[in-house]
Design a protein around this ligand. Sequence first.
Ligand code: NAD
Length: 352
Amino acid sequence: MHAFTFESQPQRVLFGAGTLHKTAAELDAMGVRNAIVLCTPHQRPQAEQVAGLLGHRAAGIFDAAVMHVPIETARAARRFAAQYGADCAVAIGGGSTIGLGKAIAFDSGLPILAIPTTYAGSEMTPIYGFTEDGIKRTGRDPRVLPRTVVYDPLLSLGLPVGLSVVSGINAIAHAAEGLYAPNGNPVASLLAEEGIAALGRALPAIRRAPGDLQARADALYGTWLCGKVLGSVGMGLHHKLCHTLGGSFNLPHAETHTIVLPHVLAYNAAAADGAMQRIARALGGTDAAQAVFALARDNGAPLALKDIGLRAEDLDRACAIAVENEYPNPRPVEARALRQLLQNAYDGVAPT
Ligand code: NAD
């Protein structure tokens, strides 16, 4: 075994159906008196349910969270928090809402209690991001790591099947790249393999029966583990490409991850054999790239970037942006091979 460094990040996690009802007691234990509740406009009813459970501890609801945390939204949320004298941000929703909580925490150090309702995994990471003048900047800061996370599978029962599948594969992407991260370690790899296996079981079950509570719990468990991997080790080509496609071409986050991942795994296969074996094993297949592609295809996910808004004339620019800066990846990133990878993902063919 190689020498490695493992850093443990302090978080409290409550897991299980009905744990939402423990949120008020959690806030009391944190010494919180005046929490604001964050959500998207669409999830306002869930935020109202949370505020109802919090009673006098809830100061107000800010319901303007949107994808990629525009700086204007972050500023409005910070003003809202200051106006209500908030001493905690309770974020109920997906990566966009938790990202908004992080934008407040980054500025003010306000603690976050996160209640995830998708499988993006942001609640497990000290990674924040804002979009300003069309550019998304991301970074790591321990202040933005949610203090407490409440995983209640009852809250994801209403997550539409299509979004559940792509969001789950988004989580798998964190674990897959964690398995070949240069700063990876055996503990993160254990979490990664277990997380991929849980999601690999859960997503087809959710497709068959979206109200299957056990499958929803498996998916959230997988999300937790995969998010933990994202929060603790570095990511490679896949995350860089998806960041480029989302940030510069405004493609939807989870769908982009789902389409690109099999192609990046095929690209890296020969340079990361051990990681590929673990991904394939977790998904009950023999080839990592094909197994992820099959998981997406068999569960009705989009397979082609051309079907989610990328234009053929964007491919060269996407390739140029993705090779601009160096970043760790098991196989060196070279422009011609990357251009072919993008073409395959654009066309939606099986990974080669
Ligand atoms: P999202 O948070 O934008 O949610 C997508 C839509 O689904 C929203 O309209 C939301 O209201 C709705 N929704 C969420 N849960 C629902 C539920 N249970 N039932 C019905 N509707 C529901 O999407 P996402 O994929 O969770 O997050 C994507 C964002 O998160 C991106 O901006 C991405 O960059 C960021 N992200 C950050 C990290 C990190 O570590 N910082 C990790 C992963 C993703």
